[in-house]
Design a protein around this ligand. Structure first.
Ligand code: ATP
Length: 517
C-alpha cells in the first residue's frame, strides 16, 4: 500500500543499504535489476545477520516483548518529596478526566527505582497533548508553557521551580539521512521501543485508575537489579552512535556493567566503521554530558580504551599524562565545590580543555562549533587557550611564591574555567596556589580610596588617575598599604613625583614604604 519507497540495484553497497534500512527506517528493501525486475529483497534481519550478530541482545521489535508489570506506588510514596507526589497525582487525575494516559518515563523511572535523586520529570502522554496542556494551564494560570507542536513536546515551568518535560508517545523516523525527524503518534510500547537501553525504557502510569503501575517490556527492572546496561536491539548503536557514549556514561554513573552482548554489538559497530566522524551536535552534547558527570575521568578513560574518542576526533587519545591531569581536575573540582558550592559550575569546560589539550586551534574550533553553549565556550576554549598556554610556558619552571599583584595581573582577564584549567595543569606549583588565592581573595580586594578622593588631592580625571588607582590596589594586594590614610599618602607621593612623562611607580613605592618604616 506504500507507493513511495527506495529500491536498490544488485550492485548496491552495504553502506547504501544500511543508509536506507537503518537511517531512513525502511525495513524492507526491494532489489531491482536493470530491466526493472524484482530479483530479491533485503530486510532489517538480513542486515543484522550480515553484521554477524544474532539478535540476542533482547527481545527484538519483531518479536513482541513480554510485559512485566508491578506496582511501584509504595516506592513512590516513600521516595518522592510530598510536593512532587501531589503534582504527579494531579497530572494523573487530569489525564484520567480527559480520557488520556500519562506516564513518568525514562531516566525518571530509572532514578526512582535505583533510589537516585530525580532531576527531571519526564512525562509521556498518549492522546491529545494540546488538550491536556490547555486544561493544565487553566488550573495553573501562572505556569509558563512552551509548546513545540512540530516535535509534539512541551515544557511547563511551575512557580515552585519544577519543570515538566512532556512528550507524546511517538514513533520517529527520518525521510532521508540528516532530515528532521517525522513524529507520529504511537502507543506507549512503541514509544519505549525506540529508547536507548532497557533500564531507560520503562514507564510508570500516573493515571488514577492504575497509579504507580510499572510497564516494563524489555526486562529493564531486572537489568536495574542486575546492574546491566543493555540495548533493546542489535542495530541500536548503528542506528544512533551517541548511545555508545551514553552506555559508558551510565555504566560509570550507576556503577553498572555494559552486558557482554551489548559490548559485542558496540565493538562490531566500531569495527565495521559505523561509528566514525562523529563530531556532530548530538555527539558533542554527549561529550559535554560526560564532562558534567560526577567523575568524568574514568568515563573518558574507558571511551578512549574502546576507541570511541578517536571517532570524535582522531587526535583525541588518552595517554598516561592525560590520566594524571584528569586526577588533578578532579581535585580542583572538589576544591572548587567546597569553596564556592554548586551554584555556578564551569568545571565541565575544564575537563573539555584538558581532554582536547593536544588539538590544534582549528581542530578544537571545529569540535567546539558543535557545542550548544555557543559563544562563551568558544571564547574560553579557543580565544583564551593561546593565552593560557603561554602563561603555562612562562610559569612552568617558577618555583618562588608569585606576588599577589602579579597573580592579579595574570588571572584578572581570564575566565573562571580558564583559571581552573591553569590550576589543574600546574597543580602543586606556585601558579596553582596563586590561582586559588586569586579566586578566593585577591579578586575581591578594593582600595579604600576612590577617584573622588584622588581628585581632592589634586589629580585630574583621566588616565593618570586611573593608573594611580591601579597602582594603589596593587600596593594594597602586596600588603604595602592597608588604611585609607596610607593610600592617600602614597597617592600624594605619586602625584609629586610625576612629571609629564609619567612616574616611576617602583621608585615612589620604595621611597614611600621605606619612609613609613
Ligand atoms: P540523565 O540523568 O543523564 O538526564 P536521562 O535518562 O534522563 O539521563 P536524557 O538524555 O534526558 O537522559 O533522555 C531521557 C530519555 O530519553 C532516556 O531515559 C531515554 O529513554 C531516552 N533517550 C535519550 N537519548 C536517547 C538516544 N540517543 N536513543 C534512544 N533513547 C534515548
Amino acid at each position: 500500500m506504500i507507493s513511495e519507497f527506495h529500491t536498490v540495484q544488485p550492485s548496491a553497497s552495504f553502506k547504501e543499504v544500511k543508509s536506507i534500512v537503518i537511517d531512513q527506517k525502511q525495513r524492507v528493501l526491494p532489489v531491482i535489476d536493470q530491466k526493472g525486475n524484482t530479483v530479491g529483497v533485503i530486510t532489517r534481519t538480513d542486515l543484522i545477520q550480515h553484521l554477524g550478530v544474532a539478535d540476542r541482545a533482547s527481545s527484538s521489535p519483531e518479536k513482541p516483548a513480554q510485559l512485566f508489570e508491578r506496582s511501584l506506588s509504595a516506592l513512590m510514596e516513600s521516595r518522592l518529596p510530598k510536593d512532587i507526589l501531589s503534582l504527579l497525582k494531579e497530572l494523573g487525575e487530569l489525564a484520567q478526566s480527559l480520557n488520556l494516559s500519562i506516564y513518568l518515563v525514562g531516566g525518571s523511572v530509572r532514578d526512582l527505582i535505583t533510589l537516585k535523586p530525580i532531576k527531571d520529570l519526564d512525562l509521556t502522554l498518549t492522546g491529545d497533548m494540546d488538550e491536556f496542556i490547555k486544561a493544565f494551564a487553566l488550573k495553573h494560570p501562572t505556569a509558563r508553557v512552551k509548546n513545540h507542536p512540530r516535535f509534539k513536546t512541551a515544557t511547563i515551568d511551575l512557580d515552585n521551580g519544577f519543570r515538566l518535560d512532556l512528550s507524546c508517545a511517538r514513533l520517529e523516523y527520518y525521510e532521508y539521512p540528516g532530515a528532521m525527524p517525522i513524529v507520529r503518534h504511537a502507543s506507549i510500547r512503541i514509544d519505549l521501543q525506540r529508547r536507548d537501553f532497557t533500564i531507560n525504557a520503562m514507564a510508570l502510569s500516573l493515571n488514577s485508575e492504575d497509579y504507580g503501575r510499572l510497564l516494563d517490556f524489555y526486562r529493564g527492572y531486572h537489568d536495574l537489579k542486575e546492574g546491566l546496561i543493555r540495548v533493546l536491539h542489535s542495530l541500536s548503536f548503528i542506528e544512533d552512535p551517541t548511545r555508545a557514549f551514553r552506555a559508558i556514561r551510565f555504566e560509570n554513573r550507576l556503577g553498572f556493567t555494559v552486558s557482554r552482548m551489548t559490548e559485542r554489538l558496540l565493538e562490531t559497530a566500531l569495527k565495521n566503521g559505523f561509528i566514525t566522524n562523529l563530531s556532530s551536535r548530538r555527539v558533542m552534547a554527549e561529550i559535554r554530558r560526560v564532562c558534567e558527570e560526577e567523575e568524568p575521568g574514568p568515563i573518558l578513560k574507558r571511551l578512549g580504551e574502546l576507541g570511541l574518542l578517536k571517532c570524535v576526533h582522531p587526535k583525541l587519545r588518552i595517554i598516561p599524562k592525560q590520566i594524571e591531569r584528569f586526577r588533578r581536575v578532579a581535585r580542583i573540582k572538589d576544591w572548587y565545590r567546597l569553596t564556592f558550592g554548586e551554584k555556578f559550575s564551569p568545571v565541565w569546560l575544564v575537563w573539555l580543555l584538558v581532554l582536547t589539550d593536544e588539538l590544534e586551534e582549528e581542530e578544537l574550533a571545529d569540535l567546539v562549533e558543535n557545542l550548544d553553549s555557543g559563544q562563551k565556550v568558544a571564547r574560553v576554549a579557543i580565544e583564551e587557550r593561546k593565552t593560557l598556554k603561554s602563561i603555562l610556558r612562562q610559569y612552568q619552571r617558577i618555583r618562588e611564591f608569585i606576588k599577589p599583584s602579579e597573580a592579579d595581573r595574570i588571572f584578572s582577564d581570564l575566565s573562571w574555567p580558564g583559571i581552573l584549567y591553569l590550576m589543574a595543569m600546574s597543580s602543586g606549583d606556585p601558579l596553582s596556589r596563586a590561582g586559588a588565592s586569586y579566586l578566593t581573595y585577591y579578586r575581591l580586594v578594593k582600595t579604600n580610596c576612590d577617584g573622588k578622593d584622588l581628585i581632592k588631592l589634586g589629580y585630574h580625571p583621566g588616565p593618570r588617575l586611573h593608573e594611580a588607582l591601579i597602582f594603589l590596589r596593587e600596593a594594597k594586594l602586596d600588603g604595602l598599604v592597608n588604611t585609607l590614610s596610607e593610600e592617600l599618602a602614597l597617592a600624594q607621593e605619586l602625584l609629586k613625583s610625576g612629571d609629564s612623562d609619567g612616574f616611576d611607580k617602583n621608585d615612589v613605592l620604595r621611597e614611600t614604604v621605606d619612609g613609613r618604616r
